[in-house]
Design a protein around this ligand. Structure first.
Ligand SMILES: NC(=O)c1ccc[n+]([C@@H]2O[C@H](COP(=O)([O-])OP(=O)(O)OC[C@H]3O[C@@H](n4cnc5c(N)ncnc54)[C@H](OP(=O)(O)O)[C@@H]3O)[C@@H](O)[C@H]2O)c1
Length: 163
């Protein structure tokens, strides 16, 4: 099963200048809880944006087009098909970004773990594809209020593919 996990703003923004848009402590904890012990797949830019890499307690796979490139603590894949082959025996594999990689996996994904952030960033430069109700069923949603560690209201939503 292929799952996507991402935090998106109201305008579908996910990043700016190679970084996340904001720091939501509860979302980082949720990401860690959901992905620990699993495989995480990311583009080169997302790998390089991680403050501590590779992500611990997870099998890290980094997508790149550049032959012979290596990433400390991570396996390398050169195509989406290669990722699918490398993860075919796994119960759930997580696509963790960024924009370029999400767009390619969206048609293949079975499940979306979306953190909806109740804010918009007009100066963002990276966006998530629109989640179309004809393609995705909202399975669950839990609402959370802003507090001293989380600057905006946010919801944890899970969608499953309508197939
Ligand atoms: N809000 C969130 O939850 C979230 C999560 C993750 C990331 N982000 C943000 O997203 C932004 C980064 O996204 P991005 O779109 O710029 O970059 P990205 O998707 O992280 O990485 C793009 C790179 O991945 C490689 N790649 C992608 N598809 C490939 C394929 N099919 N085959 C081979 N290589 C492939 C290429 O690397 P080469 O150039 O080496 O060929 C490409 O340049 C950052 O701002 C980051 O903070 C946000």
């Amino acid at each position: 099963m292929i799952s996507i996990i991402v935090a998106i703003a109201e305008n579908y923004a996910i990043g700016r200048h190679g970084e996340l848009l904001c720091h939501l402590s509860a979302d980082l904890a949720y990401f860690k809880k959901v992905t620990s012990g699993k495989t995480v797949v990311m583009g080169e830019r997302t790998y390089l944006s991680l403050p501590h890499r590779p992500l611990p307690n997870r099998r890290n796979i980094v997508l790149t087009d550049v032959p012979d490139k290596t990433f400390s603590g991570a396996q390398v894949a050169y195509s989406i098909n290669q990722v699918l082959e490398m993860t075919k025996d796994e119960d759930e594999c997580f696509i963790i970004g960024g924009g370029m990689v999400y767009r390619q996996f969206m048609p293949l994904a079975d499940k979306l773990y979306i953190t909806h952030i109740h804010h918009s960033w007009e100066d963002a430069d990276t966006f998530f594809p629109v989640i179309r109700p004809e393609h995705w069923h909202l399975e669950s949603i839990s609402e959370n209020k802003a507090d001293d560690k989380n600057p905006f209201d946010f919801d944890f939503a899970i969608y499953t593919a309508k197939r």
